[in-house]
Design a protein around this ligand. Sequence first.
Ligand SMILES: NC(=O)c1ccc[n+]([C@@H]2O[C@H](COP(=O)([O-])OP(=O)(O)OC[C@H]3O[C@@H](n4cnc5c(N)ncnc54)[C@H](OP(=O)(O)O)[C@@H]3O)[C@@H](O)[C@H]2O)c1
Length: 314
Amino acid sequence: MRTRQLGHTGAEVSQLCLGTMYFGTRVDPEMSRRVLDAYVEAGGTFLDTANGYAHWIEGWKGGESETLLGKWMRERGNRAQLFLATKVGFDYPGVERGLRARVIEEECEKSLRRLGVDYIDLYYAHVDDRNTLLEETLEAFDRLVKAGKVRFIGASNYLAWRLEQARCISQMNNWASFCCIQQRYTYLPLQPGQSTAPQVMVNDDLLDYCRSTGMTLLAYSVLLGGAYTREDRPLPREFSGPGDEVRLSTLRAIAEETGGTVNQVVMAWMMQLSPSILPIIAASNEEQLRDNLGALDIRLSDEQMERLNSARFA
Ligand SMILES: NC(=O)c1ccc[n+]([C@@H]2O[C@H](COP(=O)([O-])OP(=O)(O)OC[C@H]3O[C@@H](n4cnc5c(N)ncnc54)[C@H](OP(=O)(O)O)[C@@H]3O)[C@@H](O)[C@H]2O)c1
């Protein structure tokens, strides 16, 4: 699998990151292992999880995804070959929401324990916290970096102006700074007046910010939970409305021209917009994983990119 630079860190990461949100809960341990093995076999090394995954699934309380990854890495003895990303900031049973220094430090220890590792490659602030000074949050992250528990830090669900504030504060204090932003992004735009809060969508402002600063953009919920192709999965209402049919039919036409699937075209479009946009793929079985990895084989022509981009205005 091709790799891409992660911001200005000098580290190279797989062009498709594997999201593991439901591993160990909705996706049973055996299937989770099979998908992880297949991703690694395809050359992937970049795994995404979070402290609280997936506490909202009935019967679970959070930490299951990290625990499953920990067991799988121990069985395979492959920790050193992987680039592990996890997150802190959302609440889950027993843990408050926010980015106070104490929460960051305690949650980092728990994540290290569950994952069974002595360092995390990429540690994200999962969601902005307007009630805590950025100084407190960034200093806490910096302490983890200086202690060798975390290699790089990233942000998720932040607006561009807050990222710029954070960058200035880190720079002034000589602290570690966010190298990437993980945001919600897909081919269908958010309908006017709709919001996915607390999840933050990519907008033109953020795209320009990433282009200008060299920050990597990790895109999540790229496939809208499978809604582009599945009868059993209606489009989320935030994305469904005037104009979506024009965009969906353009996707379908280009999928046919390329011989790829609609999902693959969505991901290929995103990757071709900029080499610093990396989709996070998720799969609940090997078939979905194969479909998603197939995006790496799709090459859209300039004319196809133009049609995909302008369909939004039709
Ligand atoms: N930073 C954040 O706030 C945040 C938020 C959400 C997610 N994430 C990260 O992003 C990752 C992906 O998020 P997501 O699950 O929302 O992504 P998504 O791409 O929108 O949806 C993935 C789901 O779509 C279905 N699917 C996947 N591939 C498919 C295919 N080829 N054909 C048909 N259906 C397919 C599967 O659902 P079924 O299981 O129903 O089959 C799968 O669980 C997560 O694992 C997590 O690491 C981060």
